[in-house]
Design a protein around this ligand. Structure first.
Ligand code: FAD
Length: 283
């Protein structure tokens, strides 16, 4: 990518990310809180086998927890396993995550684990299953495009697993994932039903109006503790509507210089975003 293309892409990406620094993340979190939306902060970066960098990322999460506390932000953090050790060795990931969890628990903060592409799924689920016994305020993302998700839910929910349900952002093969949008949506609905039937606390993380309407219906029949989660910069109209209807809403707010891969995934999700990029290049 040339410097110019990067600058133009950043202009578009800015709607999905807070900026480069913790201060940018804090400002975006205050903005979310002012809209009665809880913030979920994520330091961008993934697939890191570099021990020094892994250490720095995990220390930044500790710092982020301090800032969330001192700035009285209503919110929490979400971490990517391959950013804090899983791309190097699973025990390192578990020990760094445990440190983050200890600090978060001292401040009564929930922690979310993002789910990455399929080479990391089994190790992430295994670590979550292990940590869940001693850390009740820990949640993990599961992806409806993955064929294994239903069985993961059936395993984790009776153990008190707290799940964020998403459609899945990574390209996967037909061996492990549903490829047709209709199959992904059908699995999202099945998984959502399981969550409302058995979930202690969970998150319906989507911008899909149909899934959100279905979740609202299910919430009438089940006394579930759940929240809606959406990404920064996407469907703000839906967020305010849900708040007005009395639902809890959180916004996932990423920040950091490593904004490119994240923004590429958001771009892929919507053709109109590509048009926006082209327009900013030509106009
Ligand atoms: C809080 C949160 C956390 C997430 N964490 C993870 C994770 O850990 N792992 C993972 O694999 N994925 C994660 N995702 C991403 C998720 O997997 C999807 O890629 C993403 O949410 C788009 O899917 P959708 O459910 O909104 O449905 P879609 O069917 O993709 O979109 C439904 C509608 O939402 C709107 N929309 C969706 N995306 C965009 C966009 N980029 N720009 C503008 N409008 C858009 C459009 O109106 C679209 O018609 C997360 C999503 C959220 C909301």
């Amino acid at each position: 990518m040339t410097k110019l293309t990067e600058r133009l892409f950043y202009r578009i990406a800015k709607r999905w990310i807070a900026g480069y620094t913790i201060e940018d993340a804090v400002n975006a979190a205050h903005d979310a809180n002012n809209r009665k939306v809880t913030a979920i902060l994520n330091r961008l970066g993934e697939h890191t086998p570099d021990r020094k960098l892994i250490q720095e990322y995990s220390e930044e999460y500790l710092k982020l927890l301090d800032v969330i506390q001192s700035e009285k932000i209503q919110g929490t953090i979400s971490v990517k396993p391959s950013q804090i050790g899983l791309a190097l060795e699973a025990p390192l990931f578990k020990s760094l995550l445990s440190k983050i969890l200890e600090k978060a628990e001292g401040e009564r903060r929930f922690v979310w684990i993002d789910m990455e592409n399929s080479p990391y799924t089994e190790a992430t689920v295994a670590a979550y299953r292990e940590l869940l016994d001693s850390h009740k305020t820990l949640g993990m993302c599961l992806q409806a495009n993955m064929k294994r998700t239903e069985s993961d839910l059936k395993d984790l929910l009776p153990r008190g697993g707290k799940i964020r349900l998403v459609k899945g952002a990574y390209p996967e093969t037909g061996e492990v994932a549903y490829k047709r949008r209709s199959d992904v949506n059908a699995n999202y609905e099945r998984s959502m039903n399981l969550l409302f039937e058995q979930g202690e606390f969970f998150a319906i993380a989507t911008h899909d109006g149909k899934m959100i309407a279905e979740a609202k219906n299910l919430s009438h029949d089940h006394k579930s503790d759940f929240e809606f989660q959406m990404l920064k910069g996407i469907r703000d109209d839906l967020k305010s509507g849900l708040i007005a209807d009395g639902f809890k809403v959180s916004e996932y707010i990423p920040y950091g210089p490593e904004w490119y891969n994240y923004s590429k995934r958001r771009m892929r999700e919507r053709k109109r975003n590509i048009l926006l990029l082209l327009r900013s290049i030509t106009g």
